[in-house]
Design a protein around this ligand. Sequence first.
Ligand SMILES: [Zn+2]
Length: 391
Amino acid sequence: MSLTLLTIRSLMKPKRALILVIGLSSAISAVLLARGDVRAAQQDQKKYSQTPTIEEYQPRSTLVTKEHKIERAKFPFIDIHSHHWNPTPEQADQLAKEMDSINLRVMVNLSGGTGEQLRQTVATMKGRHPDRFVVFANLSYDDIDTPGYGKRAAARLEHDVKSSGAQGLKIFKNFGMDVKYANGERVRADDPEFDPVWDKCAELGIPVLIHIAEPSPFFDPWDYHNERWLELKQFPGRARPPGRYPPFETLMAERNHLFAKHPRTNFIAAHLAFHGNDLERLGKTLDSLPNMYVDIAAVLAELGRQPYSAHDFLLKYQDRVLMGKDIYDVNEYKWYFRALETRDEYFEYYRPRHAFWRIYGFQVPDEVLKKVYYQNAMKLVPGIDPKPFPE
Ligand SMILES: [Zn+2]
């Protein structure tokens, strides 16, 4: 190159030679740049023609349509399904402050425990913010192998409610699946040993929020057709293989039998009773069990993928559905507001592993919204001050 330039320069007058040199060098760098671009493009093409993993593939929607981002619920609401283990006074204060920012009026802490732990949790949460928190008690299974367990558990619950201030009972998902007698026998969801507990709840006028089973795909083979493939990859422990767990349908039958056996006890089946993917079935189950209610905690994506059916279901069963969120994060409630209050289309869900799909708003009328947000919870949970809630 320099030889060529020299030759050209020797043939020309200095000024013209200088112009030519500048012109040539910018042409050369343009060629080099273009080559670089081509190489980068080729690399990109190679990279992007490879199949991405499911976790890598995050297409950005090009859809342009109306969006209504709602940071605050239209009405004050009750979260019937939240978990706060042994909160400190500072945590309770912080919670109350965050709740104000989204119009969350009353939070139900389902993880109160029993005995001294329960008493302490109520004292911490309700002692500081009496009308902002509700605490549910839990059962201890420690003495399940000692005869008379059911009656003792019922007596402990009565104490938790009458002396310590619990306002409901929460049954965690290990019940029906992992709780076992010493001889290895699984405690069935409708085990008569627990009858005194459910009857005690009716007597005390408190609801039972109960988590039976898991999403049905967790009981299915973990193959490429499984709707929860990603979640089972990220959390293999959530799988419920047949060798170690009863089938999904067995648990559903036991649960329905339990509810039917105790018609005076109000049961709130968590997570749309795991029938969010089959609202017709859920409707029939609710029809046959008048003491059954459901919350929508952590199953919003089920409703959001079928906005017409979800809308119709909520209208028909408006007295049976309660607002709940499960894992607490003040920034995640807005998806619930947007789904319940708007007709927004095809928006991203906050937990991709729950749903490989976007969701749609199914906007319900204000009368229905009020029932879901607070009126149904107020009917079931004793001792909630109605004053802050509109008629
Ligand atoms: Zn929960």
